[in-house]
Design a protein around this ligand. Structure first.
Ligand SMILES: [Zn+2]
Length: 331
């Protein structure tokens, strides 16, 4: 039902009671999701648009840059977060090539005192796994085998418990909407792209070396929203309905994460401040525990994090042929 791609269905959804008509051309925008987190107005999420104009990432099955997909979805997420009440959300666009561009993202997130860093990407496959086809009279590449999204965190992040907690919330929110993550990153054929699945229920993988995940001090997660080298999924991912569906999952997860952060003990925050320069501290960072209704159902899975301590020895080359280097450290 959610994947229905007709214009009529879109209009019906937008017209439904309580629906959010968040599109720019909608007559009367009305958020269908209002933040429940009491700190929503001050909670800052960086929505990082993966890649940039100088290095646009992977190529889709029809020859479209990954950056185009990332920008469109990230804009939708940013818009919906704001509509829900997360006024401090920042859409981060970074044209620069890696590695400079990656460290710029981290530096900006730090300077902005972000509470959460969330990178938006779209997936592909290694060059050796693509097949040839013709689209619109041009030679293109595709692989139809691995549809689905995936989430990544780094154990080297300054707040890995928070990173996993957010990624888990997002994975479950996507699952609730009928979306399935791709399990293929655990397969041997992925070679040095193989990843440890730290949360099989929510589809969260561990990728320690990703610069934007490991260098950030605040909780950070990266989402591959789906596979644009997959010919069917590329079309689905380009629909406003699907973008809205994914964005709604992100908003829900951010809201739940924000609420959990504000009811939990300040220990992770204290640890973060301990690593930061004094100038980075602000009064709002201390976030004392606030008396709120307990919500025990979605706690960070610390056992899995503790069990996932062995170092990931791979280092990834930045070369690409068809454009697939977006899951290297040069993210
Ligand atoms: Zn990418």
């Amino acid at each position: 039902m959610w994947r229905c791609g007709t214009l009529a269905a879109t209009l019906l959804i937008l017209a439904a009671p309580g629906a959010r008509a968040g599109d720019a051309d909608a007559a009367a925008p009305a958020p269908k999701y209002a933040a429940t987190c009491t700190q929503a107005a001050t909670f800052r999420t960086i929505v990082d648009v993966g890649h940039g104009t100088q290095a646009p990432g992977a190529l889709s099955a029809r020859g479209v840059d990954e950056y185009v997909f990332n920008l469109r979805l990230a804009r939708e997420i940013d818009k919906e977060l704001r509509a829900a009440g997360f006024d401090k959300t920042v859409l981060m666009i970074t044209p620069d090539k890696p590695t400079r561009g990656l460290f710029k993202r981290v530096a900006r997130a730090t300077a902005l005192k972000a509470d959460l860093f969330f990178a938006v990407h779209h997936d592909s496959v290694p060059d050796k796994m693509v097949e040839n086809w013709q689209f619109d009279g041009k030679a293109e590449h595709y692989n139809d085998r691995f549809p689905g999204h995936s989430l990544f965190i780094s154990n080297s992040n300054g707040d890995r418990v928070g990173s996993l907690a957010f990624a888990r919330l997002l994975g479950l929110a996507l699952k609730t909407r009928g979306l399935k993550y791709t399990p293929h990153y655990t397969e041997k054929f992925m070679g040095n792209r193989r990843r440890e699945l730290v949360d099989p229920e929510a589809g969260v993988y561990r990728y320690d070396q990703l610069i934007v995940l490991k260098e950030t001090r605040m909780p950070a997660a990266l989402m591959e929203a789906g596979s644009i080298i997959n010919r069917n999924e590329e079309l689905l991912l380009a629909t406003p309905e699907h973008e809205a569906l994914m964005a709604s999952a992100v908003v829900e997860a951010v809201d739940e994460f924000c609420a959990e952060r504000n009811k939990s003990t300040p220990a992770p925050v204290v640890a973060k401040l301990g690593n930061a320069k004094p100038a980075d501290a602000k009064p709002g960072d201390t976030k004392p525990a606030v008396a709120k209704k307990p919500d025990e159902k979605k706690k960070p899975d610390e056992k899995k994090l503790a069990a996932a301590k062995k170092p990931d020895k791979k280092s990834d080359e930045a070369k690409r042929k068809t454009g697939w280097f977006h899951l290297g450290i040069f993210q």
